[in-house]
Ligand binder design. Structure first.
Ligand SMILES: [Zn+2]
Length: 182
């Protein structure tokens, strides 16, 4: 990461993955299906705007995490084991290292616009291309957001073991964008 200011520029070695969580509003119940939020709309809006737009624009995946019902917590059924997920992620990482072995890149997130064109835009199925065009217009996505959606769709396709990016992969990538701010 290089930071340039009037006095000169400094390069910091930095390669990290940011994972963060926040409440939807001061009381914590905005959007809750059962308990009503006691905050006014203006308070909710002010609260959510405390994180700057340019910072949010750099976050690839937004996921709303609703409260889990007691019945679900107490149920015997368990989800997919972490070990299985880990194996799938490691396999996909290896596949990406193979894709970029002739370059200095190691994973999809590091792709520049040139690689995005080669590995994402040129691998879109026709229906995926139309869906992306529509989303760009309706959500007025920034150029940065456009590239981020494409990289994410590439990764979703990789996890599914598919070379071509389908409209399903693009749709999933788009729904991870931050609603309201694109
Ligand atoms: Zn609230």
């Amino acid at each position: 990461m290089t930071i340039s200011r009037a006095q000169g520029s400094v390069t910091f070695p930095a390669n990290f993955m940011l994972v963060a969580a926040m409440n939807p509003c001061p009381c914590g119940f905005y959007g809750d299906p059962t308990k009503e939020c006691s905050c006014s709309e203006s308070v909710v809006s002010r609260y959510q705007k405390r994180i700057s737009g340019p910072l949010l624009d750099r976050v690839d995946i937004f996921v709303e995490v609703p409260r889990v019902d007691y019945e679900k917590l107490a149920a015997d059924t368990s989800g997919e084991p972490s070990a299985t997920v880990r194996a799938r992620v490691e396999g996909t990482r290896r596949q990406q290292q193979g894709r970029f072995q002739a370059t200095r890149l190691t994973c999809n997130a590091e792709m520049s616009p040139t690689e995005v064109r080669q590995y994402c835009q040129d691998r879109l199925e026709e229906s995926a291309r139309s869906l992306l065009r529509l989303a760009m217009q309706q959500l007025s996505l920034s150029a940065r957001a456009f590239h981020r959606v494409l990289k994410l769709a590439r990764t979703i396709a990789d996890l599914a073991g598919q070379e071509e990016i389908t409209s399903q992969h693009v749709a999933e990538a788009i729904q991870y964008r931050n609603r309201g701010r694109s």
